[in-house]
Structures are given as C-alpha cells and as structure tokens.
Design a protein around this ligand. Structure first.
Ligand code: ADP
Ligand code: NA
Length: 330
C-alpha cells in the first residue's frame, strides 16, 4: 500500500508494562495503526544483552505480546511479532556491524550509561552493538518512521547514517527513516519521586504503576502518591511535580484537559483528586489486565497470532535481506 511504514519495538525484560510505557509509547502505537502500516515487535534479542533467566524471558515475551494485544494492537492490521522469530534481524545486524565504526558505536550515550552501571566485566559486546541490531530492526522493514521517545533519537540518527552509508557504497537499498518523537505530554513520573520518570528500575515499587498488579494495589499506590505541603491543585511541573504528575495521568487517561481539571478541583483537597484518579486508573487497568490474562490463558491463539505476525514480518524482511546480501557480494 501507499501508506508510510512504522517500526517500533519494546523490550520484554520487565514483563509487565507500567503506566509510562502505555501512555508514552504503546497507546501511541495503537493510534498509528490508523494512518500507517505498522510493524511492532517484542525485542527479546535486545533483552539478552543483559543476563536473563530463559523461562522468565519466554514468559515475559508472551506477556508483552499479550499486553500489546490488550492495549489494542490489531494483528489483522499490523504485524505483531517476536524479534527472534524473524532470523533476518540477526543476519542484517551482522552486515550493519561491519559498516559501523568502533568510535561511532562508542559514542552512543545509552551504551555509555548502561556500561557505566554494569562495569567493564559485566558489559557484553551485545550491549555495545545493541544500537546496530536496532538499526537492522528498522531497516529490514523499510520503515519511514520510527516512533520512539527522545532518549532514542541518537539511535535513529545512527540508523539514518548507516542506511545512507550502505546506499552510497552499494547502491540504493534502504529507506532512510525518520524519528517520530512520541508526545512529551504523555511522559509519566514516579509517584514517590515525581522528579524522575516512571521506570521499571524505580527506586521503590510504590512509585511504579504496574499494569498487571491487582487493581486494588494500584489504587492504594495512587492514594499514597507524594504531593507537597500546599493544598492548591495546580499544574506546575517545577514546584509541584507530584500534583502535576497526577493531573497529567488523569488528563492522559480521560482526555479531559489539565485546565479543566484545575477548574474541577478548585477549592478541593489532594484527597479528592487522588480518590477520583484512583478510580480512573482502576477503570483503565481492570479491563486491560483481564484482556491480557485472557490471551495468556489461551496459548494456542497467542501462538497463532505471533506466528502469523512473524510471517507477515518475514514477507518484508526476507526480500530486504536478500537485496542486502546480494549488494555486499554474498
Ligand atoms: P523503562 O524506562 O521503564 O526502562 P523502557 O525504556 O523499556 O522503559 O521504555 C519502553 C517505552 O516506554 C519507550 O518508548 C519509552 O519512551 C516509554 N516510556 C518509558 N517510561 C516512560 C515514562 N515514564 N513516561 C512516558 N513514556 C515512557
Ligand atoms: Na529505559
């Protein structure tokens, strides 16, 4: 078709998605299906750049796929697949590795951050070449756009550089993609440390809204979110990060503007806001979680969806790889 293509991936390593993953990424992937041919992948090959227990990885990969389906990724319209099911990713990554400068790869800031945390002995070569595997993920599908957070911009730049380098050296082969930066307004912060973004590596589990938790536990987390010593419900990211985060979550989940929420809660206390927001979040997570569990309870159906997703992916990936093999002289 003439629609432009998007490719995006999500790591299975945490298993459950958190509210930031959903509002900041997955929900926008769902919306992009309306206007684009979409390829969405659970990137289990990226996950093993740090140690994973095999059974846990397998379970988390399925859980991630089930959550994407529960969120509204439509396998009839989009290709939803597991990265390791499509061998072409590893094969194109090798070619891309041979096109990437060591210094160029060394400049990737995400690698530098992660390597600093792991230490030299704990850092794998896989972690080092992770951005190059990501390049292959994107180029295999001739994607025009790559929906990512701001933190991934450098990796999309590397993708563009390598696509252009390959095309210049061997002849026109790859679409040079663009970053489609996901809405910054959908950024969600930690409930206990609202100056930090909500992350699976949160300091305290109380700060993280895990979408697969019991809805009651989630309601309690919202109600015990950190606010401030004032009483006014007002959006002010700098001086009132906790309250602003609650308003942001509320607005993102309901579509009611932050301004309308400020008016609604004028003269009311933080307790009222938290009680209502807890209900809004529970109303979202309950059916989301139920749908996810239904997919997990029916492994044959989930297998079928993922097999057909991999097949759809390979229809595009195989000819792209074949062209690249031919160009380099294989
Ligand atoms: P984490 O930060 O928990 O490790 P990932 O890095 O695996 O999450 O992110 C997966 C996707 O979710 C990315 O597209 C990322 O931009 C998005 N994302 C992660 N955390 C947030 C957040 N707090 N708010 C908005 N989007 C987020
Ligand atoms: Na992260």
């Amino acid at each position: 078709s003439e629609r432009s293509r998007v490719l995006s991936g999500i790591q299975p390593s945490a298993g459950s998605f958190h509210l930031g993953n959903y509002l900041g990424a997955v929900r926008q992937w769902v919306a992009l299906q309306e206007s684009h041919d979409a390829f969405y992948t659970v990137v289990d090959m990226h996950a093993i750049t740090v140690p994973q227990d095999p059974d846990t990885l397998r379970a988390n990969t399925r859980l991630s796929a089930a959550q994407l389906l529960a969120a509204g990724i439509d396998p009839e319209r989009s290709a939803l697949f597991v990265q390791s099911h499509v061998r072409e990713h590893a094969e194109l990554a090798w070619i891309m590795n041979c096109l990437t400068g060591f210094g160029e790869a060394s400049r990737m800031t995400q690698f530098k951050d992660k390597a600093a945390k792991q230490g030299a002995e704990g850092t794998t070569v896989g972690l080092f070449t992770y951005p190059v595997l990501q390049v292959a993920d994107i180029l295999l599908y001739q994607a025009h756009q790559v929906p990512v957070g701001e933190d991934q911009r450098q990796h999309v730049e590397l993708t563009r550089d390598l696509a252009e380098r390959f095309n210049a050296r061997y002849g026109e082969t790859f679409v040079v993609p663009e970053a489609y930066i996901l809405k910054e307004t959908a950024k969600i912060y930690d409930l206990q440390e609202p100056s930090a973004k909500m992350s699976k590596s949160a300091a305290s589990p109380k700060g993280l809204v895990n979408l697969m938790d019991e809805p009651k536990a989630t309601a309690r987390k919202i109600k015990s979110a950190v606010t401030d010593t004032e009483t006014e419900i007002r959006f002010d990211r700098e001086n009132k990060p906790g309250v602003s985060n609650l308003l942001g979550i509320y607005s993102n989940l309901t579509g009611v503007t932050v301004q309308a929420l400020e008016e609604k809660y004028a003269g009311k206390g933080y307790g009222a806001l938290k009680t209502d927001l807890a209900e809004v979040v529970v109303d979202f997570v309950t059916p989301f979680r139920d749908r996810t569990l239904e997919y997990l309870d029916d492994p044959a159906t989930l297998d079928k969806i993922l097999a057909s997703g991999a097949e759809k992916a390979r229809e595009v990936a195989a000819p792209t790889l074949a062209a690249a093999y031919d160009k380099v002289g294989f």
